[in-house]
Design a protein around this ligand. Structure first.
Ligand code: URA
Length: 249
């Protein structure tokens, strides 16, 4: 048996407040699932690096950390508190109440920020190391955006974005970005950096204007398209473990 495989009841007892006897009761009541399949024996073996374990639908992770994806609507800012605007944490608080779930709202960190008018994938976690691994300037983590522009997109932009462009108030060009043009005003852009307003500034540098911006993926973690705007879900164990970054040379 591979070393990382362990008994389900041992894993849950180690990483949550449930005792072994409470776990046995939960199994009996069919409240535990592995990869969405209901468990009928507390002694089964799982691989915590791969398997997603839930109690009443809540993911149990090693060390009890929480990892979420949110489909951010327009109008919310990516901060924990703000005097003027509703934040993604305010939104999570409302949604968690609807789902009758308690979230550690005071310790959740937003993993990389989106503008108030940008929609789509926002990751949140209580695990500062995981956050840092994705957002540190030394990490190369691809962010994928769907972009709609005011002016038509020229085919020559593809090469320009690959070569890198000089943004206003910067001294260095942007790292190679991958642009795919889908229509006169629609494109997908993949960037590996996270400069302030980067996507909008890249298009502005070419004389264009972004009128709609939606983040579809961060590294290999794609926004779950079953999430309506404003909804969140816990990441699966596989998503948490995905190798989403490289360290730049
Ligand atoms: N780039 C932007 O300009 N805005 C965002 O919200 C994200 C990336």
């Amino acid at each position: 048996m591979p070393k990382e495989v362990m008994r389900l009841d041992k894993f849950i007892a180690t990483h949550s407040a449930y005792s072994r006897s409470a776990i046995a009761q939960l199994v009996k009541a069919k409240r535990i699932a592995v990869n969405t399949v209901t468990v009928n024996k507390a002694s089964i073996h799982i691989n915590p690096a791969i398997d997603t374990l839930t109690v009443d639908g809540r993911v149990i992770t090693a060390l009890g950390e929480v990892y979420l994806m949110l489909n951010k609507p327009e109008g919310y800012i990516c901060a924990n508190k703000d005097a003027e605007n509703p934040t993604v944490i305010d939104l999570l608080a409302q949604q968690a109440q609807l789902q009758q779930e308690e979230l550690p709202l005071n310790t959740l960190q937003v993993v990389g920020r989106l503008d108030k008018d940008t929609t789509g994938l926002v990751l949140l976690t209580t695990n500062g190391d995981w956050n840092h691994r994705i957002t540190a300037p030394s990490s190369i983590c691809t962010k994928t955006y769907h972009v709609e522009t005011a002016n038509p997109l020229e085919a020559s932009l593809v090469d320009l974005f690959t070569q890198g462009i000089l943004l206003k108030n910067e001294t260095k060009t942007t790292k190679p970005a991958h642009l795919k043009i889908h229509g006169p005003h629609q494109a997908t852009l993949e960037i590996t950096e996270g400069k302030y307003h980067q996507v909008k500034r890249m298009f502005a540098a070419t004389g264009n204007k972004v009128v709609k911006l939606h983040r579809a993926a961060v590294g290999n973690i794609c926004l779950d398209t079953s999430l309506q705007a404003g909804e969140y879900r816990h990441l699966t164990q596989a998503e948490i473990s995905l190798p989403i970054t490289q360290v730049s040379p």
